[in-house]
Design a protein around this ligand. Structure first.
Ligand SMILES: NC(=O)c1ccc[n+]([C@@H]2O[C@H](COP(=O)([O-])OP(=O)(O)OC[C@H]3O[C@@H](n4cnc5c(N)ncnc54)[C@H](O)[C@@H]3O)[C@@H](O)[C@H]2O)c1
Length: 337
């Protein structure tokens, strides 16, 4: 069994617990939180060892992997500390809030010869997997452009739950916290971005970072991209959509969380093949829980000594795009990524 421990016993850590419990070959052995009350809730509910001091937990040689589930601005020091103790790392998104912090995590994992995976679980969604397959087959021909749209609602209550939410130092705004999933997918499909231009605003929520952002991207391959991200949508989540347009293909993956095929037109696919594809996805649009896919992938990557599917460099690519969008919005000019 590969033994896991979690740092940060908050909201998302519950998904990590469930993922570890369900993943074959994985076992949860310990949790850590600086808040004794939150720690106690997890210790009581899951019957595992709890620590308020990470250094103490890291002395446990049986722990193979540490999952970092703290506020985003704290990911780097904790991940580096755990990697330096020889633990493999799964870090929640965003990998970090600065490129320096992302590099510190990547370098610490390389230095210690441990695996690093970033939680971008939407890559494992069935509709996204078939879209990636079509991209890799070259079925779109020459790419025209992509559109990443996140029209969600996070109300003021959500931000008021914890003091770190919506702050620039520990969280970031809609791009860094919510749209990062869709932007990771857009980069995964379209390749690396070269230049961006963006506007951001804080319109409806009482937070420091942006609650709405619009931007455009030029990718290194010459194709273009459009980004619309908001947590201001009344009264609830409307959609998360990723659309890709090429000379011989048009695909729109939509639904509330980019999990349903809304349009699939492709020269090289027969009508029957497309109907089958849509019917299969419709039967199970979410697929296996994404966090479980990330944990299972870590188990296999340790056993087979291969790279995880979502690497630290992947996490850094999404971060780099978002930081360029922020810089463009702040300085009011296009920015090279
Ligand atoms: N992948 C996803 O879909 C997804 C969804 C939600 C949140 N997240 C990410 O997960 C992270 C946590 O978000 P959350 O909503 O669970 O936050 P949260 O506030 O609910 O939980 C964070 C926990 O970390 C603890 N903590 C803070 N500093 C610590 C430290 N130094 N050592 C140990 N514990 C510490 C806090 O006491 C708290 O219990 C963020 O990076 C967020 O972006 C990812």
């Amino acid at each position: 069994m590969i033994q896991f421990a979690i740092v940060g016993c908050g909201h998302i850590a519950k998904k990590h617990v469930e993922a570890i419990q369900k993943a074959p070959g994985a076992e949860l052995v310990a949790v850590c939180d600086t808040n004794p009350q939150r720690l106690q809730e997890y210790v009581t509910e899951y019957g595992i060892k709890g620590y308020t001091d990470l250094a103490e937990m890291l002395q446990d040689d049986s722990i193979d992997v540490v999952n970092i589930c703290t506020p985003s601005g704290y990911h780097a020091p904790l991940a580096v500390q755990a990697a330096d103790a020889g633990k493999h790392i799964i870090v929640e998104k965003p990998i970090a809030l600065t490129l320096e912090d992302a590099d510190a995590i990547i370098e610490a994992c390389q230095r210690n010869g441990v695996k690093l995976s970033v939680v971008h679980p939407n890559r494992f969604r069935p509709a996204i997997q078939v879209l990636k397959g079509a991209m890799e087959e070259g079925s779109f021909g020459k790419l025209s452009h992509a559109n990443a749209t996140v029209r969600w609602n996070r109300n003021q209550e959500y931000f008021d739950k914890d003091p770190w939410r919506g702050t620039k130092a520990l969280d970031g705004g809609v791009l860094m916290n919510q749209a990062i999933h869709n932007l990771d997918l857009m980069i995964w499909m379209m390749g690396e971005p070269e230049e961006v231009s963006s506007f951001s605003a804080t319109r409806l929520r009482n937070i420091e970072a942006e609650d709405v952002s619009v931007g455009v991207v030029r990718f290194k391959n010459g194709a273009l991209g459009v980004v619309e991200a908001a947590v201001t949508i009344y009264p609830r989540n409307l959609e998360e959509t990723l659309s890709i347009f090429g000379e011989s293909g048009t695909v729109k993956i939509g639904g509330p969380t980019a999990n349903r095929i809304e349009t699939w037109k492709m020269e090289s696919y027969s009508d029957d093949k497309i109907a089958d594809l849509i019917a299969t996805i419709d039967q199970d649009p979410m697929g296996k829980p994404g966090h479980q896919c990330i944990v299972e992938d870590m188990v296999v990557s340790i056993k087979e000594n291969r790279e995880p599917v979502v690497t630290g460099e992947d996490g850094k690519k999404a971060l780099r795009l978002i930081l360029a969008l922020y810089q463009s919005a702040e300085e009011n000019h296009p920015v090279r990524v």
